[in-house]
Ligand binder design. Sequence first.
Ligand code: FMN
Length: 362
Amino acid sequence: MVERTTVRAGLRTLREIERTGLAGMDPVIVEFLQGGSGAEITLRRNRSAFDRIRFVPRVMSGRPYPSTSSTLLGIDLRMPVLTAPFGAEGYFHEEGHLAVARANERFGTCSVVPEAGTFSIEEVAGAAPAAAVFGQLHPMGSEANFRAMVQRYVDAGYRALVLTLDCPQPGWREHNLLNDFNIDNRVVGGNYPPGAEVDMERALGQLYPQSDPVWSWAKLTALLAEFPLPWLAKGILTAEDARAALDAGAAGVVVSNHGGRQLDGVRSAIEALEPVVAAVDGRGAVLLDSGIRRGSDVVKAIAMGADAVLIGRLSAYGIAAAGEDGAHQVLELLRQEIETVLVLLGRGGIADLDRSAVEWED
Ligand SMILES: Cc1cc2nc3c(=O)[nH]c(=O)nc-3n(C[C@H](O)[C@H](O)[C@H](O)COP(=O)(O)O)c2cc1C
Protein backbone atom coordinates (compact mmCIF):
# COMPACT_ATOMS: atom_id res chain seq x y z
CA MET A 1 0.00 0.00 0.00
CA VAL A 2 1.06 3.55 -0.59
CA GLU A 3 2.82 5.00 2.43
CA ARG A 4 0.79 7.88 3.88
CA THR A 5 1.60 10.38 6.61
CA THR A 6 -0.94 12.08 8.86
CA VAL A 7 -1.63 15.49 7.50
CA ARG A 8 -3.46 18.46 8.92
CA ALA A 9 -6.59 19.87 7.32
CA GLY A 10 -5.74 22.28 4.56
CA LEU A 11 -2.96 20.10 3.18
CA ARG A 12 -4.64 16.72 2.63
CA THR A 13 -4.88 16.75 -1.15
CA LEU A 14 -3.33 18.82 -3.93
CA ARG A 15 -6.68 20.47 -4.64
CA GLU A 16 -7.00 21.34 -0.98
CA ILE A 17 -3.48 22.82 -0.91
CA GLU A 18 -4.42 24.98 -3.90
CA ARG A 19 -7.55 26.20 -2.12
CA THR A 20 -5.66 26.81 1.12
CA GLY A 21 -2.89 28.69 -0.63
CA LEU A 22 -5.21 30.90 -2.63
CA ALA A 23 -7.55 31.58 0.30
CA GLY A 24 -5.00 33.68 2.11
CA MET A 25 -3.88 35.64 -0.95
CA ASP A 26 -4.65 39.16 -2.16
CA PRO A 27 -7.06 38.71 -5.12
CA VAL A 28 -4.69 40.66 -7.39
CA ILE A 29 -1.91 38.17 -6.59
CA VAL A 30 -4.31 35.26 -7.13
CA GLU A 31 -4.91 36.53 -10.67
CA PHE A 32 -1.18 37.06 -11.23
CA LEU A 33 -0.48 33.47 -10.20
CA GLN A 34 -3.46 31.71 -11.77
CA GLY A 35 -3.85 33.77 -14.89
CA GLY A 36 -2.68 33.17 -18.42
CA SER A 37 -2.25 35.42 -21.43
CA GLY A 38 -4.77 36.65 -24.00
CA ALA A 39 -8.05 34.76 -23.98
CA GLU A 40 -6.39 32.04 -21.84
CA ILE A 41 -7.02 29.42 -24.52
CA THR A 42 -3.64 27.79 -23.96
CA LEU A 43 -4.04 27.96 -20.19
CA ARG A 44 -7.26 25.92 -20.48
CA ARG A 45 -5.80 23.64 -23.17
CA ASN A 46 -2.94 22.70 -20.84
CA ARG A 47 -5.55 21.05 -18.63
CA SER A 48 -8.06 19.80 -21.18
CA ALA A 49 -5.32 18.00 -23.13
CA PHE A 50 -4.33 15.96 -20.07
CA ASP A 51 -7.99 15.04 -19.65
CA ARG A 52 -8.00 13.64 -23.20
CA ILE A 53 -5.36 11.04 -22.34
CA ARG A 54 -6.68 7.72 -21.09
CA PHE A 55 -4.78 5.13 -19.09
CA VAL A 56 -4.53 1.56 -20.39
CA PRO A 57 -4.12 -0.63 -17.29
CA ARG A 58 -2.91 -4.22 -17.21
CA VAL A 59 -3.89 -6.61 -14.42
CA MET A 60 -2.07 -9.56 -12.85
CA SER A 61 1.22 -7.96 -13.90
CA GLY A 62 3.40 -9.85 -11.44
CA ARG A 63 5.35 -6.59 -10.98
CA PRO A 64 6.95 -5.53 -7.66
CA TYR A 65 5.72 -2.47 -5.75
CA PRO A 66 6.64 0.47 -8.01
CA SER A 67 9.54 2.79 -7.42
CA THR A 68 9.33 6.46 -8.40
CA SER A 69 13.12 6.92 -8.46
CA SER A 70 14.74 8.23 -11.59
CA THR A 71 17.78 10.16 -12.79
CA LEU A 72 18.24 13.31 -14.82
CA LEU A 73 21.59 14.58 -16.17
CA GLY A 74 23.27 12.09 -13.87
CA ILE A 75 21.42 13.35 -10.79
CA ASP A 76 19.37 10.92 -8.69
CA LEU A 77 15.81 12.07 -8.07
CA ARG A 78 13.31 10.48 -5.71
CA MET A 79 10.72 11.07 -8.42
CA PRO A 80 10.95 12.68 -11.86
CA VAL A 81 9.41 15.98 -10.73
CA LEU A 82 11.41 19.19 -10.34
CA THR A 83 10.12 22.58 -9.33
CA ALA A 84 9.86 25.13 -12.13
CA PRO A 85 11.47 28.55 -12.01
CA PHE A 86 8.71 30.93 -10.92
CA GLY A 87 9.80 34.47 -10.19
CA ALA A 88 8.19 37.01 -7.87
CA GLU A 89 7.54 34.17 -5.44
CA GLY A 90 7.80 36.44 -2.41
CA TYR A 91 4.18 37.37 -3.20
CA PHE A 92 3.18 33.82 -2.25
CA HIS A 93 5.34 33.31 0.84
CA GLU A 94 7.94 35.42 2.59
CA GLU A 95 10.57 32.65 2.30
CA GLY A 96 9.92 32.15 -1.41
CA HIS A 97 12.42 29.86 -3.11
CA LEU A 98 14.33 29.34 0.12
CA ALA A 99 11.29 27.36 1.28
CA VAL A 100 10.97 25.55 -2.06
CA ALA A 101 14.66 24.58 -2.07
CA ARG A 102 14.53 23.31 1.52
CA ALA A 103 11.42 21.25 0.77
CA ASN A 104 13.03 19.80 -2.34
CA GLU A 105 16.22 18.94 -0.48
CA ARG A 106 14.23 17.23 2.29
CA PHE A 107 12.18 15.33 -0.26
CA GLY A 108 14.96 14.44 -2.69
CA THR A 109 14.46 16.46 -5.83
CA CYS A 110 15.89 19.45 -7.65
CA SER A 111 14.81 23.11 -7.86
CA VAL A 112 15.08 25.27 -10.94
CA VAL A 113 15.78 28.67 -9.42
CA PRO A 114 14.63 31.80 -11.28
CA GLU A 115 16.88 34.75 -11.86
CA ALA A 116 13.89 37.02 -11.18
CA GLY A 117 13.36 35.60 -7.70
CA THR A 118 12.86 37.29 -4.37
CA PHE A 119 16.14 35.84 -3.04
CA SER A 120 19.54 35.74 -4.67
CA ILE A 121 20.65 32.55 -6.35
CA GLU A 122 23.46 32.29 -3.78
CA GLU A 123 20.96 32.48 -0.90
CA VAL A 124 18.77 29.77 -2.46
CA ALA A 125 21.74 27.44 -3.08
CA GLY A 126 22.87 28.05 0.51
CA ALA A 127 19.43 27.15 1.86
CA ALA A 128 19.70 23.62 0.42
CA PRO A 129 23.42 22.85 0.36
CA ALA A 130 22.99 19.10 -0.20
CA ALA A 131 20.51 19.42 -3.06
CA ALA A 132 21.20 19.75 -6.77
CA VAL A 133 19.95 23.06 -8.10
CA PHE A 134 19.53 24.33 -11.65
CA GLY A 135 19.61 28.03 -12.52
CA GLN A 136 17.27 29.83 -14.95
CA LEU A 137 18.05 32.79 -17.23
CA HIS A 138 16.52 34.68 -20.14
CA PRO A 139 19.06 34.95 -22.98
CA MET A 140 18.66 38.56 -24.06
CA GLY A 141 19.91 42.07 -23.42
CA SER A 142 23.49 42.81 -22.41
CA GLU A 143 25.91 39.96 -23.12
CA ALA A 144 28.20 41.12 -20.33
CA ASN A 145 25.40 40.96 -17.78
CA PHE A 146 24.27 37.57 -19.08
CA ARG A 147 27.81 36.21 -18.75
CA ALA A 148 28.16 37.63 -15.26
CA MET A 149 24.95 35.90 -14.19
CA VAL A 150 26.03 32.57 -15.68
CA GLN A 151 29.32 32.89 -13.81
CA ARG A 152 27.40 33.47 -10.57
CA TYR A 153 25.49 30.24 -11.14
CA VAL A 154 28.75 28.38 -11.78
CA ASP A 155 30.39 29.84 -8.67
CA ALA A 156 27.37 29.02 -6.50
CA GLY A 157 27.54 25.32 -7.45
CA TYR A 158 24.54 25.11 -9.77
CA ARG A 159 24.50 21.86 -11.76
CA ALA A 160 22.79 23.01 -14.96
CA LEU A 161 21.21 26.06 -16.59
CA VAL A 162 17.68 26.37 -17.90
CA LEU A 163 17.42 28.95 -20.67
CA THR A 164 13.93 30.38 -21.05
CA LEU A 165 13.38 30.98 -24.75
CA ASP A 166 9.65 31.71 -24.99
CA CYS A 167 9.74 35.04 -23.23
CA PRO A 168 11.47 37.79 -25.24
CA GLN A 169 8.81 39.94 -23.64
CA PRO A 170 5.96 39.07 -21.28
CA GLY A 171 2.76 37.74 -22.79
CA TRP A 172 -0.42 39.82 -23.06
CA ARG A 173 -1.72 39.41 -19.52
CA GLU A 174 -5.04 41.23 -19.32
CA HIS A 175 -5.60 40.64 -15.63
CA ASN A 176 -2.45 42.64 -14.91
CA LEU A 177 -3.78 45.48 -17.08
CA LEU A 178 -7.17 45.43 -15.40
CA ASN A 179 -5.60 45.30 -11.96
CA ASP A 180 -2.97 47.90 -12.87
CA PHE A 181 -0.52 45.35 -11.48
CA ASN A 182 3.18 45.97 -11.87
CA ILE A 183 5.64 43.62 -10.22
CA ASP A 184 7.44 45.25 -7.32
CA ASN A 185 11.20 45.28 -7.97
CA ARG A 186 11.84 44.16 -4.39
CA VAL A 187 9.96 40.90 -5.07
CA VAL A 188 11.92 40.07 -8.22
CA GLY A 189 15.19 41.79 -7.41
CA GLY A 190 16.86 39.20 -5.17
CA ASN A 191 19.83 39.07 -7.50
CA TYR A 192 20.09 42.81 -7.80
CA PRO A 193 20.25 44.41 -4.37
CA PRO A 194 20.30 48.21 -4.35
CA GLY A 195 23.65 49.35 -5.66
CA ALA A 196 24.39 46.21 -7.71
CA GLU A 197 24.46 46.38 -11.46
CA VAL A 198 20.83 46.06 -12.43
CA ASP A 199 19.62 44.02 -15.35
CA MET A 200 16.09 43.66 -14.19
CA GLU A 201 14.55 43.79 -17.65
CA ARG A 202 16.54 40.74 -18.69
CA ALA A 203 15.81 38.93 -15.45
CA LEU A 204 12.11 39.46 -16.10
CA GLY A 205 12.29 38.51 -19.76
CA GLN A 206 11.72 42.00 -21.11
CA LEU A 207 13.63 42.79 -24.25
CA TYR A 208 15.21 46.23 -24.19
CA PRO A 209 15.77 48.54 -25.89
CA GLN A 210 13.02 47.51 -28.29
CA SER A 211 15.38 47.75 -31.23
CA ASP A 212 17.48 44.83 -29.85
CA PRO A 213 16.98 41.73 -32.00
CA VAL A 214 16.00 38.49 -30.28
CA TRP A 215 19.09 36.36 -29.74
CA SER A 216 19.93 33.50 -32.09
CA TRP A 217 21.03 29.91 -31.43
CA ALA A 218 24.51 30.74 -32.73
CA LYS A 219 24.95 33.56 -30.23
CA LEU A 220 23.73 31.38 -27.36
CA THR A 221 26.04 28.52 -28.33
CA ALA A 222 29.04 30.81 -28.44
CA LEU A 223 28.28 32.38 -25.07
CA LEU A 224 27.51 29.14 -23.25
CA ALA A 225 30.55 27.35 -24.69
CA GLU A 226 32.62 29.49 -22.29
CA PHE A 227 31.03 27.74 -19.30
CA PRO A 228 31.17 24.16 -18.04
CA LEU A 229 27.48 23.73 -17.21
CA PRO A 230 25.05 21.65 -19.28
CA TRP A 231 21.98 23.64 -20.36
CA LEU A 232 18.37 22.94 -21.21
CA ALA A 233 16.25 24.93 -23.68
CA LYS A 234 12.91 25.84 -22.03
CA GLY A 235 9.86 26.82 -24.04
CA ILE A 236 10.17 24.32 -26.90
CA LEU A 237 6.92 23.30 -28.64
CA THR A 238 8.07 21.94 -32.00
CA ALA A 239 10.27 19.15 -33.33
CA GLU A 240 12.18 21.74 -35.38
CA ASP A 241 13.11 23.86 -32.37
CA ALA A 242 14.01 20.75 -30.36
CA ARG A 243 16.48 19.71 -33.07
CA ALA A 244 17.86 23.24 -33.29
CA ALA A 245 18.39 23.33 -29.53
CA LEU A 246 20.35 20.08 -29.55
CA ASP A 247 22.38 21.21 -32.55
CA ALA A 248 23.17 24.38 -30.59
CA GLY A 249 24.60 22.28 -27.77
CA ALA A 250 21.67 21.87 -25.39
CA ALA A 251 21.75 18.83 -23.11
CA GLY A 252 17.98 18.67 -23.47
CA VAL A 253 14.76 20.62 -23.83
CA VAL A 254 11.84 21.62 -21.66
CA VAL A 255 8.60 21.30 -23.59
CA SER A 256 6.64 24.20 -22.17
CA ASN A 257 4.31 27.07 -22.98
CA HIS A 258 5.19 28.86 -19.75
CA GLY A 259 2.01 27.68 -18.07
CA GLY A 260 -0.12 29.47 -20.68
CA ARG A 261 1.39 32.84 -19.77
CA GLN A 262 3.22 33.67 -23.01
CA LEU A 263 1.84 33.19 -26.55
CA ASP A 264 -1.84 32.38 -26.22
CA GLY A 265 -3.22 29.93 -28.76
CA VAL A 266 -0.23 27.60 -28.92
CA ARG A 267 -0.49 23.84 -28.40
CA SER A 268 -0.55 22.46 -24.92
CA ALA A 269 2.80 21.14 -23.72
CA ILE A 270 1.50 17.57 -23.47
CA GLU A 271 0.27 17.70 -27.10
CA ALA A 272 3.70 18.99 -28.17
CA LEU A 273 5.58 16.31 -26.25
CA GLU A 274 5.55 13.29 -28.56
CA PRO A 275 6.82 15.06 -31.71
CA VAL A 276 9.63 16.55 -29.60
CA VAL A 277 10.52 13.17 -28.10
CA ALA A 278 10.72 11.72 -31.61
CA ALA A 279 12.92 14.58 -32.82
CA VAL A 280 15.26 14.38 -29.82
CA ASP A 281 15.52 10.63 -30.36
CA GLY A 282 17.59 9.95 -27.26
CA ARG A 283 20.16 12.67 -28.00
CA GLY A 284 19.19 14.65 -24.89
CA ALA A 285 16.78 14.90 -22.00
CA VAL A 286 13.14 15.87 -22.55
CA LEU A 287 11.33 17.61 -19.72
CA LEU A 288 7.80 19.01 -19.72
CA ASP A 289 5.86 21.59 -17.78
CA SER A 290 2.56 23.47 -18.10
CA GLY A 291 -0.57 22.02 -16.59
CA ILE A 292 0.77 19.37 -14.20
CA ARG A 293 -1.72 19.27 -11.31
CA ARG A 294 -1.73 15.61 -10.21
CA GLY A 295 0.40 12.52 -10.02
CA SER A 296 -1.60 11.05 -12.90
CA ASP A 297 -0.44 13.95 -15.13
CA VAL A 298 3.16 13.10 -14.27
CA VAL A 299 2.62 9.45 -15.21
CA LYS A 300 0.98 10.43 -18.52
CA ALA A 301 3.91 12.68 -19.44
CA ILE A 302 6.51 10.04 -18.55
CA ALA A 303 4.58 7.35 -20.46
CA MET A 304 4.64 9.66 -23.51
CA GLY A 305 8.40 9.94 -23.34
CA ALA A 306 9.30 12.75 -20.92
CA ASP A 307 12.29 12.10 -18.65
CA ALA A 308 10.90 14.41 -15.98
CA VAL A 309 8.35 17.18 -15.44
CA LEU A 310 8.37 20.51 -13.64
CA ILE A 311 5.66 21.98 -11.44
CA GLY A 312 5.13 25.74 -11.36
CA ARG A 313 1.84 26.78 -9.83
CA LEU A 314 1.54 23.58 -7.74
CA SER A 315 4.76 24.46 -5.93
CA ALA A 316 3.59 28.06 -5.51
CA TYR A 317 0.34 26.80 -3.93
CA GLY A 318 2.45 24.71 -1.57
CA ILE A 319 4.48 27.63 -0.21
CA ALA A 320 1.40 29.84 -0.13
CA ALA A 321 -0.44 27.25 1.97
CA ALA A 322 2.34 26.47 4.46
CA GLY A 323 5.83 27.56 3.38
CA GLU A 324 8.43 24.79 3.28
CA ASP A 325 6.01 22.24 4.76
CA GLY A 326 3.41 23.04 2.13
CA ALA A 327 5.93 22.72 -0.71
CA HIS A 328 7.10 19.42 0.79
CA GLN A 329 3.55 18.16 1.12
CA VAL A 330 2.93 18.88 -2.58
CA LEU A 331 5.84 16.58 -3.42
CA GLU A 332 4.72 13.90 -0.95
CA LEU A 333 1.19 13.85 -2.35
CA LEU A 334 2.49 13.70 -5.91
CA ARG A 335 4.66 10.72 -4.94
CA GLN A 336 1.73 8.94 -3.30
CA GLU A 337 -0.50 9.60 -6.30
CA ILE A 338 2.17 8.43 -8.75
CA GLU A 339 2.69 5.21 -6.79
CA THR A 340 -1.05 4.59 -6.67
CA VAL A 341 -1.40 5.13 -10.42
CA LEU A 342 1.57 2.87 -11.19
CA VAL A 343 0.19 0.04 -9.06
CA LEU A 344 -3.26 0.32 -10.62
CA LEU A 345 -1.74 0.53 -14.09
CA GLY A 346 0.15 -2.69 -13.43
CA ARG A 347 3.54 -1.02 -14.03
CA GLY A 348 6.55 -1.70 -11.84
CA GLY A 349 7.96 1.83 -11.68
CA ILE A 350 8.95 4.90 -13.65
CA ALA A 351 11.43 2.88 -15.71
CA ASP A 352 8.67 0.41 -16.54
CA LEU A 353 6.40 3.05 -18.12
CA ASP A 354 6.01 3.25 -21.87
CA ARG A 355 3.55 4.41 -24.50
CA SER A 356 1.41 1.31 -24.06
CA ALA A 357 0.21 2.72 -20.72
CA VAL A 358 -1.73 5.61 -22.33
CA GLU A 359 -3.84 6.45 -25.36
CA TRP A 360 -5.34 9.65 -26.73
CA GLU A 361 -9.12 9.93 -26.74
CA ASP A 362 -10.44 9.70 -30.31
C1 FMN B 1 4.04 33.30 -11.02
C2 FMN B 1 4.87 32.67 -12.08
C3 FMN B 1 6.12 33.21 -12.38
C4 FMN B 1 6.93 32.62 -13.35
N1 FMN B 1 8.17 33.13 -13.59
C5 FMN B 1 8.98 32.51 -14.48
C6 FMN B 1 10.32 32.96 -14.68
O1 FMN B 1 10.78 33.92 -14.05
N2 FMN B 1 11.09 32.29 -15.60
C7 FMN B 1 10.61 31.20 -16.29
O2 FMN B 1 11.33 30.61 -17.08
N3 FMN B 1 9.34 30.76 -16.11
C8 FMN B 1 8.54 31.38 -15.23
N4 FMN B 1 7.27 30.89 -15.03
C9 FMN B 1 6.82 29.68 -15.79
C10 FMN B 1 7.16 28.41 -15.04
O3 FMN B 1 8.54 28.18 -15.02
C11 FMN B 1 6.51 27.18 -15.68
O4 FMN B 1 6.85 27.12 -17.05
C12 FMN B 1 4.99 27.16 -15.55
O5 FMN B 1 4.58 27.66 -14.29
C13 FMN B 1 4.50 25.73 -15.72
O6 FMN B 1 3.13 25.65 -15.73
P1 FMN B 1 2.26 25.26 -14.42
O7 FMN B 1 2.22 26.50 -13.58
O8 FMN B 1 0.92 24.92 -15.02
O9 FMN B 1 2.93 24.12 -13.72
C14 FMN B 1 6.46 31.48 -14.07
C15 FMN B 1 5.20 30.94 -13.75
C16 FMN B 1 4.41 31.51 -12.79
C17 FMN B 1 3.08 30.89 -12.46
